[in-house]
Design a protein around this ligand. Sequence first.
Ligand code: MIC
Ligand code: SF4
Length: 644
Amino acid sequence: MGLTISQKIIKDHLLSGEMKAGEEVSIRIDQTLTQDSTGTMAYLQFEAIGVPRVKTKLSVAYIDHNTLQTGFENADDHKYIQTVTSKHGIRFSRPGNGVCHQVHIERFGVPGQTLLGSDSHTPTCGGIGMLAIGAGGLDVAVAMGGGPYYITMPKMVRITLKNKLAPWTSAKDIILEVLRRMTVKGGVGKIIEYAGDGLASLTVPERATITNMGAELGATTSVFPSDEVTKAFLKAQDREDQWTEILPDEDAVYDEEIEIDLSALKPLIAKPHMPDQVVTVKEIEGIKVDQVCIGSCTNSSLFDMLKVAKILKGKTVHPDVSLAIAPGSKQVFNMLAECGALADMIAAGARILECACGPCIGMGQSPKTDAVSLRTNNRNFYARSGTASASIYLVSPEVAAVAAITGVITDPADFGEPPVVEMPSSFKVNDNMVIMPAPTAEEVEVVRGPNIKPFPVNKALSDEVDGKVLIILEDNITTDHIMPSNSKLLPFRSNVPYLANFCLTPCDEKFPERAKENGGGFIIGGQNYGQGSSREHAALAPLQLGIKGVIALSFARIHMANLINNGILPLTFKDEADYKKLGMLDELTIENAREQVEAAVNGETVKVTNKTQGYTFETVLNISERQAGMLLAGGLLNYTRERS
Ligand code: MIC
Ligand code: SF4
C-alpha cells in the first residue's frame, strides 16, 4: 500500500508503535523551536530534565511574542532565554528578527524533517514539506533532550485543489473555506495533506498561510508536497542544497477526501469569535471598520506585504481607521525598505510595528470599545485582542488593505485592479540576528530575573480523587479563555502562581477564588475543550489552583497532552446526558482512581460518583500505557524522574 507524505516522514522517524490510525507512535524529532511566551517554561523544564546539551539537529529559540517591554519582566525573560539557550546548544533569534514561524520557514525548515515547536502554529513549516507539529513546552523540552515525541497516529485527509485562484482571492480564502467546511474541531486526530493541479500556482508563503491556519481546524498538522515550487523558494533563500522532493505515493490511501475549486472561491471573512464563522465578504459588506491589523504568522510574508503596499500606494488610510502593519521577519522588513514598498505604506498612513506577534496576541494595538477590527491573523477568539467588547474579523491581506482605505468591509472585486506580485528569485539573506550557542556549557552563566518563579509540579495520583464541580462550560472553550494572554498577563508566563489568579476569568471572574476556597476540584467542559494555543499554562494554572480533573465532551489534542503531562485527568463523558445533569458545586469522587486509570488503558471506563446527587456515571480516559504512567506519577516530569 502506498504512503502519504506524512506517513513517509513518520516512517523515516518512527521509534515505536505501529503506523495505524488511532495507535500511539513515537517519532524522532530533528528540529525544535520555542518562542518566548512558552519558552521560559520550556527551558525551565529542560533544565529540570538535566540534559547538558540539546540532542536535536537544530533547535532555535525565538523572541517574538513578549516584545512589549512595559516593565522589566519580558526583558528579564529574554535574557534568561538568551543565556539558557547559549548554555545548552540552542540558537537564539533575537527580538527584532521576526515571528518564529515566518523566520523558521525562511531560514531553517527542511523538507522531510520533523519539527516540534512550543507553539500551535508550528505546522507553518508544513508549507515546505516538513512534518511540523505544535506541542506543550515540556514535550519540546523532552525532544530537545533527545527523547521521542508521542502522537496518536492521525487519520489522513487529502484536500485536492483544482484550477487557479481568481483575482482578489488568496491563500487565506482557501483555508477559510476549509474551516467553513470542516469547522474548528473537524481536524482533530487528522493530518491534512494538499494535492491537485492547483498546487503549482501556490507559492511557499501561500502554502504556509494554509498550513499555519490548519491549527484552527484542530489538526495534528498540515503538509504540502516538497516540489519544484519548494525548490525555487529554498534556492531563493540560498538553501537549495536542503531541498529534497517529497510526494505522496500514487496509491497512497486517504481516510477523507475534500475538493476545492480555487477558481470558484470568493473573498471570505471569519466573523467573531471563531475562525470557522466564515461567510463571503460580500454578505457583510458595508460594516464600518475601526481598525485594520496586517501581519501575524499567517500573513506577514514579503509576498503578502508587497500586495498590501501596492493597494495602499498613493492612497490615504480612512480617517476613522487605524491601520497597523507588522512585517513577519527582518528579512521581509529589510526587503520592503529596500524596494520602496515600506515608503508606500508609511505615506498612506500605516502605523508600522516591529516584526513580532504584536496585535495578534494582544501585545499592543487593542482596539477601542465595541470596535470592529479586521485582521489577517489566524484567531479571533473572544477577548484575545485585549478588548473584550471588540469584534475581530479574519481576512486576507488584500481585503484588509482595501477596508483600511474605504473604512468599511468591502468586497475587493469592486475596488479596481488586483495587485500582482512575483516571488523574488533571491531573498536578502542575513542571519546576523541569530546568535550561535556557546561552544561549551561551562562558559555561560544563566541569568534569572526576579519574575522567574518555580512552576507547580503535581503529586502522584491518590487512590481517591475528590472535589467539587467548580465551573460548567460550553463547547469550544479556547486556551485564551482558560489562560488569557494579553499585554498585562503575558509578562507573567514564568510566574504561574500569579497567572493562576486569571484562570478562566473570561468565562467566570470568580473561578480562581472558588477553586482556592474549595481546595481545587473539577472543571466541566463541552466539545473541543482547550482548542487553540499550545500554552501549557492552560494546564499549569489549573494545577496551581488544585484542579484534579477536567470532564468534557471532547478535548483538543495539544491541551489534552498538556493536561496529562501535568497529571490532570482528562475525562470524556461517555453519555452526553451526564454533562447536562451535573450541577455547580456537586461533590464528585473517583474511587480506586489508580486502579481505574490502569484499567483505562484496556478500554475500561472510569466511574465517577456524584455524591451530591447520588449517582455514578461513566467517563472515557483514552490513554496509552505510557500516559497512564504519567497520570499515576503526577505528570511527565515525575514519570521521567521515576524511571531514570
Ligand atoms: C497563540 O497564537 O495563541 C500563541 C500565543 O502563539 C500560542 C502560544 C502561547 O500561548 O504562548 C500558540 O499558538 O501556541
Ligand atoms: Fe504569534 Fe499570533 Fe502567530 Fe501565535 S498566532 S505565533 S501570537 S503571530
